[in-house]
Write a new protein. Structure first.
Length: 96
């Protein structure tokens, strides 16, 4: 396991991702504090990571969802022109 700072990770992201692909685990630090881990995805199903959810699902109190169907949730183009959010925030904030 290696440790890299955020700046180094940004500057050499492709190299670090190749290392992760080869099985290396990387700790990402910001000002000396570990803030993230980079590693290959787990082969454990996501539901197994939440045993309480599985227990509730088996008891009929919850349902574990699946991925969204693309035919039911098609991509939608943005409906506001570029810059709208910034303009609205500037109006809301005024001359702060």
């Amino acid at each position: 396991m290696i440790t890299v700072g955020v700046r180094e990770l940004k500057n050499r992201l492709s190299e670090h991702l190749r290392m992760v692909r080869r099985g290396e685990e990387i700790l990402v630090t910001h000002r000396g504090e570990v803030v993230a881990e980079l590693r290959q995805p787990s082969s454990v199903p996501a539901a197994a990571a939440y045993p309480g959810l599985v227990r509730h699902a088996r008891a009929g109190k919850a349902r574990i969802g699946g991925p969204n169907r693309r035919d039911l949730y098609p991509y939608q183009e943005p409906f506001l022109p570029p810059g709208s959010a910034r303009r609205l925030l500037d109006e809301e904030r005024g001359d702060r």
